[in-house]
Design a protein around this ligand. Structure first.
Ligand code: HEC
Length: 287
């Protein structure tokens, strides 16, 4: 770099450091990755890992990711489960099988910005489980400490004894990580935007906690015609139940949309992907 460019870069850096207000980037300039969230039926980790029932169990144990087998066929998988053809004892009639989502990410050295855009599927007309929210969107981040989180994404928190699972006995039990602990770094950071009410900043360790985080700056959703876009601003700095994000590093990432007034497991979920901070990954949050 010659002197003139060095100076320009220094001025730009000063501006970035001095500009106290977090501002999302110009999204029209940020590349988008299409990720299909699909209706997962009742497919907890226990089902996934039971070799007799799921064709992928053996490959997973050898280190293959869910996405390596299923990324391209996610919409077809959703169809099998939403229709009750597979692992769904109570098929939710009329619900979308899958929701294609555009995911964009960026960072400015202070904050991570994440944007999710998708078309609102038709309403099923079925019972409203969450009467307040037609739509909620959550994402999880994990720092390569939970076993298999790099292969299975959010599935590693999804278990057969969690509430709303067929046959679950405890209606308070939600997601958890086996052997999870915030102090030990074995947890998923969890953030959720809701149509109504405040966003939540929590985590999943021994159990799911929908509060206590301090990294989330804002979560804003709007609907333009039939298209939703939800933008999260999240400090790179970590905290209690918040993963610290560092430039050059890659984290495990997945998200879920509770569409059609859904609660619990009746959501649409992504497989596990990677999010890089200035680093090559499925999604790169670049400067
Ligand atoms: C080596 C490839 C492979 C991997 C890795 C794999 N699967 Fe599968 N999966 C399959 C195959 C093949 C089927 C269909 C036949 C069956 O049920 O065994 C399947 C079926 C499924 C189904 C039922 C819907 C359907 O289309 O039949 C779900 C849900 C599923 N997988 C989720 C996952 C998740 C989540 C992971 C990661 C934790 C994963 N799979 C990893 C190969 C794989």
């Amino acid at each position: 770099m010659d002197k003139r460019h060095l100076l320009a870069a220094a001025v730009a850096a000063t501006f970035a450091a001095g500009g106290a207000l977090a501002a999302p980037p110009d999204w029209s300039k940020v590349p988008a990755k299409k990720i299909t969230a699909f209706y997962p039926g009742a497919s907890p980790m226990e089902w996934i890992m039971k070799g007799t029932e799921h064709g992928g169990a053996r490959a997973l144990k050898k280190g293959e990711t869910c996405a390596s087998c299923h990324d391209e066929e996610a919409a077809d998988m959703g169809k099998k489960m939403v229709s009750g053809q597979k692992i769904e004892p109570t098929p939710p009639k009329g619900k979308a099988a899958a929701i294609p989502v555009q995911v964009q990410a960026a960072n400015d050295g202070q904050n991570l910005y994440l944007r999710f855009t998708w078309k609102q599927p038709a309403a099923s007309g079925g019972a409203k489980q969450d009467a307040d929210n037609q739509v909620k969107l959550a994402f999880m981040l994990e720092d390569n400490k939970v076993e298999m989180a790099n292969l299975a994404g959010c599935w590693q928190t999804c278990h057969e004894d969690s509430r709303t699972m067929p046959g679950a006995k405890d209606d308070k039990k939600t997601k958890y990580v086996a052997g999870g602990s915030v102090a030990g770094g074995k947890f998923y950071d969890l953030v959720q935007w809701k149509m109504k009410g405040k966003p939540t900043d929590g985590h999943v360790a021994e159990s799911r906690v929908m509060e206590g985080g301090s990294a989330l700056v804002s979560a804003d959703g709007k609907k333009n015609g039939d298209e939703w876009s939800v933008v999260f601003t999240r400090k790179l700095a970590g905290g209690n139940g918040d993963i610290a994000l560092a430039s050059g590093k890659v984290y495990n990432f997945g998200f879920a949309i509770h569409d059609d007034w859904a609660t619990g497991r009746f959501h649409h979920v992504s497989l596990g992907y990677t999010l890089g901070i200035d680093a090559k990954a499925d999604i790169n949050a670049a400067k």
